[in-house]
Write a protein that binds this ligand. Structure first.
Ligand code: HEM
Length: 395
């Protein structure tokens, strides 16, 4: 019998146990969508990879049902290529990938270090206890994305006000819509200014290429901002929580900073913060793993379930910062695989490393039971993360 998507977690950093039970039965099961649609849920790692790489499955938003909640099914606006298929997707993706160059990421790294150090300085000045989401996890990706897009520092306040509303779970749908509209207006103005007066940033480079019109460029900027902001912030706060909750793994990382790169990959796998998707819709009848998926049926790929598949990762529920993590799906797979993954990796490496070094006695200021987890948005995370440390011990 088809059931709704399991979302109840018994342990906050582990996916719902029901997902594991379903995966043990079959990697693809029937899923009842809230609007009455009868579709599919993918919990096995190999099946998830196969579907994400298969052009028989479309990412177009107007074809999709949502696995939780409801909402209008509208075609993607200009530039929002995460919800497009080839060849539209290919055209945008090629242009934007050209902007996420090794050179640009390398140049950004010292700025990321500086932004991180400034956040930690502010934490030290404030003193314990404080909310790590507000002081560390949100400002770092927000300032980095401003840097990447070329938002002038004097204008960051407006920009950050809007992004704070969009990222906040306390905002009403109307507030979030109005903040998104304001952001789009702002980014549109920015595009026009970059066209007239280009600098060394991503938007300027895209304007000078001449291949995207203003609406498309604004759409790309809005998407980069929304896709790159909350996700990285979620990983910074949940990653810290996972380390604070596991003293032996934390000690291992503190003793050997060269582990940081692998630790970040393992945290990405273990936490799989994109937890209610991605979703795809079959555009033709297709048979996979003995299951016949009909054209028009929506498939939800559970990244947390796939990344905890014991057939792919031995002892998958163990956080093991030294394990082989290759093949994890936290950034997706196939043509839509995360375009900002290298940037996110640098932010996570620099951020987590600097936080642990600066505050050797960092610990939770509340018990794990008192932490509010956000389960209803595409990105799993915490609403706030109260932390404390011994005064005078920051290095
Ligand atoms: C796509 C995860 C950070 C921009 C994706 C997808 C996932 C993902 C799972 C695939 C979605 C799908 O298949 O439908 C993450 C995680 C991040 C992160 C876990 C942080 C830890 C970023 C950053 C940026 C970014 C920093 C940009 C600055 C994008 C874009 C796409 C995407 C533009 C769409 C790519 C396409 O459709 O071709 N991300 N992301 N992401 N991500 Fe990320």
């Amino acid at each position: 019998m088809a059931r709704p998507l399991p979302t109840v977690r018994t342990r906050p950093l582990d996916p719902p146990t029901e997902l594991g039970r379903l995966r043990a039965e079959h990697p693809i099961s029937r899923l009842a969508y809230p609007d009455g649609h009868l579709g599919w849920l993918v919990t096995g790692h190999a099946a998830a990879r196969a579907i994400l790489a298969d052009p028989a499955f479309s990412a177009r938003s107007e074809l999709q049902r949502r696995p939780v909640g409801d909402g209008p099914r509208e075609p993607a606006g200009p530039g929002i290529f995460i919800n497009m298929d080839a060849p539209d997707h290919t055209r945008y993706r090629r242009l934007i990938t050209g902007q996420f160059t090794v050179r640009r990421m390398r140049e950004l790294e010292p700025r990321i270090e500086q932004i991180t150090a400034e956040s930690l300085d502010a934490m030290e000045r404030h003193g314990p206890p404080l909310d790590l989401v507000e002081s560390f996890a949100l400002p770092i990706p927000s300032l980095v994305i401003c840097e990447l897009l070329g938002v002038p520092s004097r204008e960051r306040e407006r920009f950050q006000r809007d992004t704070a509303v969009i990222a906040s779970l306390d905002a009403t749908a109307e507030q979030a819509r109005s903040a998104t509209a304001d952001l789009a207006r702002y980014l549109h103005e920015l595009v026009l200014r970059k066209r007239a007066d280009p600098a060394d940033d991503l938007i300027s480079d895209l304007t000078s290429g001449g291949e995207l019109n203003d609406e498309e460029l604004t759409g790309v900027a809005v998407m980069l901002l929304i896709a790159g902001h909350e996700t990285t912030a979620g990983m910074l706060s949940l990653g810290t929580l996972a380390l604070l909750s596991d003293p032996s793994q934390q000690a291992r990382l503190r003793a050997d900073p060269s582990l940081t790169g692998n630790a970040v990959e393992e945290l990405l796998r273990y936490l799989s913060i994109i937890h209610l998707g991605p979703t795809r819709t079959a555009v033709q009848d297709i048979e996979l793993y003995g299951v016949r998926i009909a054209a028009g049926e929506t498939v939800t790929i559970s990244l947390p379930a796939a990344n905890r598949d014991p057939g792919r990762f031995p002892d998958p529920d163990e956080l093991d910062l030294t394990r082989a993590t290759a093949g994890h799906l936290a950034f997706g797979h196939g043509i839509h695989q995360c375009i900002g993954q290298q940037l996110a990796r640098v932010e996570l490496r620099v951020g987590l490393n600097a936080l642990l070094r600066r505050f050797p006695t960092l610990r939770l200021a509340v018990t794990q039971e008192d932490i509010g987890f956000r389960t209803d948005s595409i990105t799993y995370g915490v609403r706030s993360l109260p932390v404390t440390w011994h005064l005078g011990e920051a290095t």
